[in-house]
Design a protein around this ligand. Sequence first.
Ligand code: SAM
Length: 209
Amino acid sequence: MSLPEGVQRREFDGEEVLATRGEPVYGEPVVEGWRRWDASRSKLGATFAHGLDTGLSGGDGVLYLGAANGTTVSHVADFAGPTYAVEFAPRPVRDLLGVAEDRGNLFPLLKDARKPETYAHVVESRLDAIVQDVATRGQADVALANRQFLADDGRFVGAIKARSEDVTREPEAVFEDVLERLREGYEVLSTDRLEPHHDDHLAVVATPK
Ligand code: SAM
């Protein structure tokens, strides 16, 4: 598995798990400054744990869509460079602001990821990566709308939640449709189902085309 610099496999309670270096955020154990990154609480953590080659590197500029209260984006900001964290629900953003206090490279944005024009003046362009975990219908549309922020060789690393698209259809059928739409603007490099960590989620790594 290729991990970005700043993400390591470390031993916690006799188990080798992912960890990043930074201030703790959600009560996770810390050993010698390394915070346990729990794959069952983070789709990106599970994506690494499943061995996908994300193309992410230490110091990358990242646009994170669907930051919630900052569980995963706090780990991202530990290894990445400037990290723009978009979340449209005010309540989790309050917690996210606290997470950002300890991280000078983390910029919370109370914005709707379907309306990139509302934060285009703040977010730099030609970023190395978009990480997406938005629980909404139209996840491929969100990815396409934000593609403008990515460098030509940048990476889209997303977790597609089938139930947010359509609770009545088989997840595999939903994933096929989402991937077909995503291919209108991206070349899909790899995919993997995130069970057992996250049911009915598909990890996707893609690059702009
Ligand atoms: N990524 C987070 C983590 O691992 O710590 C968890 C994200 S949670 C599964 C999905 C989040 O997407 C929710 O906080 C929800 O409010 C947010 N969301 C859904 N639609 C959105 C939109 N259009 N713009 C911004 N955030 C959105």
